[in-house]
Ligand binder design. Structure first.
Ligand code: NAP
Length: 243
């Protein structure tokens, strides 16, 4: 068990990548708060797993989420800022509304989660780990995804800068940059045969990834196996960014 007695929060844990991460953490011995804006079809059958409703675009809700984890499990070791929304639109047609909503969830949400977790860890002398979901689109461009790409690039720099601020306290901060992964978020675009063809053609390994590929990366970053790793972006993308 790689996370025995650790306490973790995973945001966006009712679906896709977040659900895979939270389930793997429970299987590895952690006590996990599954946080999401909607409980959806989530069924938790372990005493080490609870659900907490949280909209990550609100800093107040994230502060309350950290308190929930500490009230229930005593402390917080691992924060996974995973919740995010997809957003399509190029620079010519992205509206103020789409721009603001995407930033609020995907970038403000990661900042609020990282800050609230870091404050709680520092206060209690916990040498914790903060993991945030970026994307290949945080590093390379794709036409028609300007707001989404901007948020994921923001997560990369938030991770670099935050890791430096937190290193003196022994708190680590890293990001994961997935390539295309089969989840609800990508169901519609990957359902388009031309788009699916473009994705596999641009992925050197030649196929779309699965949520567990990202969960395994999160487990590595959450565990002591990565104790000397901070301020990095771990690409789990079938080789997309190697081209
Ligand atoms: P997903 O299946 O849509 O899951 C995202 C979860 O986050 C959903 O349960 C969603 O709830 C929830 N959520 C949305 N807005 C929220 C908010 N304001 N507060 C709290 N929870 C919220 O997506 P996914 O593919 O697993 O994506 C997870 C993360 O990986 C995201 O940050 C995404 O950008 C990143 N990522 C995904 C891919 C990919 O190919 N799938 C690639 C690179 C990066 P609702 O369903 O009710 O909206």
């Amino acid at each position: 068990m790689k996370l025995q007695d650790k306490v973790a929060i995973v945001t966006g844990a009712a679906s896709g990548i977040g659900l895979a991460i939270a389930n793997l953490f429970v299987a590895e011995g952690a006590q996990v708060v599954y946080a999401d804006i909607n409980e959806g079809g989530l069924k938790l059958d372990s005493a080490r797993a609870i659900f907490a409703k949280c909209d990550v675009s609100s800093s107040l809700e994230l502060d309350a989420l950290i308190k929930t984890a500490i009230d229930k499990f005593g402390h917080l070791d691992i924060m996974v800022n995973n919740a995010g929304i997809g957003s399509l639109g190029g620079i010519l047609d992205t509206t103020d509304e789409v721009w603001e909503k995407t930033l609020r969830v995907n970038l403000f949400g990661v900042f609020y989660g990282a800050r609230a977790a870091a404050r709680a860890m520092k206060e209690r002398g916990v040498k914790g780990e903060i993991i945030s979901l970026s994307s290949i689109l945080g590093t390379v461009g794709l036409p028609g995804a300007v707001a989404y790409s901007a948020t994921k690039g923001g997560v990369v720099q938030l991770t670099h800068a935050g890791a430096l601020d937190l290193a003196p306290y022994g708190i680590r901060m890293n990001a994961i940059a997935p390539g295309f992964i089969a989840t609800n978020m990508t169901k519609d675009v990957l359902g388009n045969p031309d788009f699916q063809k473009m994705v596999t053609a641009n992925t050197p390994l030649g196929y779309v990834g699965e949520p567990n590929d990202i969960a395994q990366a999160a487990l590595y970053l959450a565990s002591d196996a990565s104790k000397y790793v901070t301020g990095t972006v771990l690409y789990v993308d079938g080789g997309w960014t190697a081209r």
